[in-house]
Write a protein that binds this ligand. Structure first.
Ligand SMILES: [Mn+2]
Length: 398
């Protein structure tokens, strides 16, 4: 009798190669426990040692850190809350909430997206089995809370969002933004562009909708971010890749703009017929052609509405979660990613937190792929980040 799992036939694939599960078991054995031990020590110090009847002496009296998953203060993954945002650059990754839904043209509620995502993220551990990654052992993560958005005023909110995103981006912390409706796509990219100097960013946009019309209902709504983002010299339309577009909710005004500016669109059928790898190859090639970094804008509604009911404008016929996650994996691992936003999670319309859970998965997978590909932790500030702010990207909209 043996306890070595590699001798158990259940772990052997037919061709004799090791299975993903077997590799995962082996990778876990090589992961350190340093970050976890630090968390336990700090928990015992700050949260007091447990009552005498508790046998597991790693448990404190007051919950501090990961456990139990139903307890604690809701930052993303229970990361430290950085109240003084001037210190955000001390962390590898910064979570930023953008509770803005004044750009919504149908269902409101994405102003509660950051809270919904943070709340269910408490269910996650920092460890992923298949990837053999423990984020707690490899990067430092913080949550800077939310941008102060102005309800019923998109333009003032956009200015706040651009300023906040520019601050985090320039600090060198990798920005991960929790939306908010998709109107934030313009001010977030504008915030990035403010510190790109003469460098360029390609945008990879996961969505069922093109989001390229100039105005909607007479304002710059969540159907409009890429019209305005690709007006900036740092974000050329030829590097905008739009994955998963299709169905009955694509405004014709936006289609016209995509045609005129020659953006790169793949429908769900394109992606499934060409295959996920060919689709990822296409997205990577177009987004990186002549650019210095890639911004990922992940509208949760790119995934089929059956999986993500809690969203502003659900459209059936979207990607399967595992298809979207596979595309995300290839894109994050094979491009220089400068940040990601996950938008259109609307908790009031969600069921059993499933939409917020999917958003959490997208974010955690992104961090793991950044670690796997050596992009995190950063050893130095990326060269595409320009210290001086270029305020010309903020010139009044014509
Ligand atoms: Mn959408």
């Amino acid at each position: 009798m043996t306890t070595d799992p590699s001798n158990d036939p259940v772990f052997q694939s037919p061709d004799g190669a090791s299975s993903e599960a077997q590799r995962a078991l082996e990778m876990e054995a090589r992961l350190p426990l340093t970050g976890w031990q630090q968390e336990v020590s700090q928990g015992l110090e700050y949260g007091l040692e447990a009552a005498a009847s508790i046998r597991d002496r790693t448990i404190p009296t007051f919950s501090r850190g990961e456990l139990p998953h139903y307890a604690g203060i809701n930052t993303f993954l229970k990361a430290p809350y950085v109240e003084d945002v001037r210190k955000v650059g001390e962390y590898d990754v910064a979570i930023v909430g953008i509770p803005h839904d004044s750009g919504t043209t149908y269902r409101p509620g994405t102003r509660f997206g950051p809270q919904g995502i943070r709340r269910i993220s408490a269910l996650y551990t920092p460890y992923n089995f298949e990837m053999g990654i423990d984020l707690r052992e490899s990067i430092t993560l913080c949550d800077v809370g939310d941008v102060f958005t102005i309800p019923a005023n998109n333009e003032k909110s956009f200015d706040q969002i651009s300023k906040g995103v520019a601050h985090v981006f320039a600090s060198g912390a990798f920005p991960i933004l929790l939306g908010g409706d998709h109107s934030i796509g313009f001010p977030t990219v504008r915030g990035i562009c403010r510190h790109l100097g003469d460098k360029k960013v390609g945008i990879i946009h996961f969505d069922r909708h093109v989001d390229t019309q100039e105005t909607d209902l007479d304002e710059r709504m969540h159907t409009c971010p890429w019209f305005h983002a690709t007006n900036m010299a740092n974000a050329p339309a030829k590097n905008l890749v739009q994955m998963g577009i299709g169905g009955w909710q694509v405004p014709r005004q936006g289609v016209k703009v995509c045609r005129e500016r020659a953006t790169n669109i793949l429908t769900v059928t394109d992606i499934t017929e060409m295959g996920l790898d060919a689709a990822a190859d296409f997205a990577i090639a177009r987004a990186t052609d002549g650019t210095d970094c890639v911004w990922i804008s992940f509208d949760i509604d790119c995934i089929d509405a059956g999986f993500v009911p809690g969203t502003g404008w659900p459209e059936p016929g979207g990607l399967l979660p595992r298809e979207a996650l596979y595309l995300l994996k290839r894109i994050v691992q094979e491009t220089t990613v400068c940040g990601i936003e996950v938008v259109e999670v609307s908790p009031p319309y969600d069921v059993s937190d499933m939409t917020s859970l999917m958003a959490t998965r997208v974010i955690c997978d992104t961090m793991a792929h950044l670690v796997k590909s050596g992009q995190l932790p950063r050893r130095e500030k990326p060269s595409y980040i320009h210290e001086e702010a270029n305020m010309s990207v903020d010139e009044p909209w014509q």
